[in-house]
Design a protein around this ligand. Structure first.
Ligand code: BGC
Length: 348
């Protein structure tokens, strides 16, 4: 069968392997036929050789962690043949640490977790894959065109859950949210903010292309330019760019008792001048919280499925700016200026 693979650590080793072995029964009882995978910045970083790890004993890693497939067989009876399904990306570490032991693998403490298509587990960019039932998330059939958005939505569902838990440390009535970055994570974070009835502002550097219209279609306000120039102080910030200047600016900009959730994975290596004392003073005197958030556990995947089911299907569909058949896989992994989410399609 076909599989999109890389040699982790080796730049530009992306290949479509035509004779990849069928998934092993040890991978899980549920056999799935791939429909599509979404492509994100992590895939690009792996392709550039800067991230990623092959499964033990293998040279190559199958890419793809934003999955959508159709169940072929499920002897466990959890799902029915024909059901739509997505695979949870992260699996708990083998020890397991206290968090992995209770299913909170997104908060793994020893780093020995594995991730499909990223770290030591084969990804979903192959014709067929298998899953254990607890890592298989069933999707409503109406989500067939956009179900591969479930994974990035699970990431923002976790971010929102943690924002709300942190907010619960005191009386908290947030009204204004700033999302920095109108990529897939930023737009989905904004969607979940509007579902909470908050006033949503999205800041991005693009002045043209589909992003301004997608933000306005949510009933949110689109901004370009610098965070410092915004004429309001947000109660919550979801930072989705990872751009160092933006990261620092939102820490200063957030309102008293505000919460900044960092979701962007920066590449590192660039230094900027910073008055650490002034930043510390600003955070302390305003009871601000800045925290990082990555990945998602099963609870967040279920929250994400509910959020997608409540969203406007045509808005979700518009996030997918290119759909590329697997035969033309190199095009899918070559970024284009107006891309939001690019999807690699396997089946009909
Ligand atoms: C994925 C997460 C993963 C992270 C780090 C992101 O692209 O969405 O599930 O934990 O990369 O590997």
């Amino acid at each position: 069968m076909r599989a999109v693979t890389v040699c982790p650590g080796v730049a530009d080793s992306l290949r479509l392997v035509e004779d990849h072995p069928e998934p092993l029964p040890e991978e899980g009882a549920i056999l799935v036929e791939a429909l599509a995978v979404g492509i994100c910045g992590t895939d690009h970083e792996i392709i550039a050789g800067g991230y990623g790890e092959a499964p033990p004993g293998a040279d190559r890693l199958v890419l793809g962690h934003e999955s959508l497939g159709r169940v072929l067989e499920d002897p466990s009876g959890t799902l029915q043949p024909g059901d739509l399904v997505a695979g949870v990306v992260r699996h708990p570490d083998p020890v397991p640490c206290p968090n992995c032991a209770v299913g909170e693998w997104d908060m793994c403490r020893n780093g020995r977790f594995t991730e499909h298509g990223i770290k030591a587990l084969p990804g979903f960019a192959r014709d067929r894959w298998r899953l254990p039932p607890r890592f298989a998330v069933g999707l409503d059939r109406s989500l067939a065109p956009v179900g591969m958005l479930l994974e990035p939505t699970s990431v923002v569902a976790k971010a929102w859950e943690h924002i709300e838990r942190i907010g619960g440390r005191a009386e908290w009535q947030p009204r204004t949210v700033l999302v920095t970055g109108a990529g897939p994570i930023g737009l989905l974070a904004a969607l979940l903010a509007t579902q909470r009835g908050l006033a949503v502002h999205v800041l991005d550097r693009n002045t043209t292309g589909p992003k301004p219209g997608l933000v306005r279609a949510l009933g949110a306000t689109y901004h370009t330019g610098s965070v410092c120039d915004l004429d309001f102080e947000p109660d919550v910030v979801l930072e989705c760019t990872g751009a160092p200047v933006v990261v620092l600016d939102v820490m200063y900009k957030v309102a008293p008792t505000g919460i900044v959730c960092l979701t962007g994975v920066s590449s590192g290596g660039r230094t900027i001048d910073l008055d650490a004392g002034a930043l510390n003073r600003a955070l302390v005197l305003e009871n601000n919280v800045v925290f990082g958030s990555v990945n998602a556990n099963r609870r967040h995947w279920d929250l994400a499925a509910a959020a997608l089911a409540r969203a406007d299907p045509s808005w979700l569909d518009a996030l997918i700016t290119r759909r590329v058949p697997v035969e033309a896989y190199t095009e899918a992994y070559t970024p284009e200026p107006d891309d939001i989410k690019v999807v690699l399609e396997f089946g009909s």
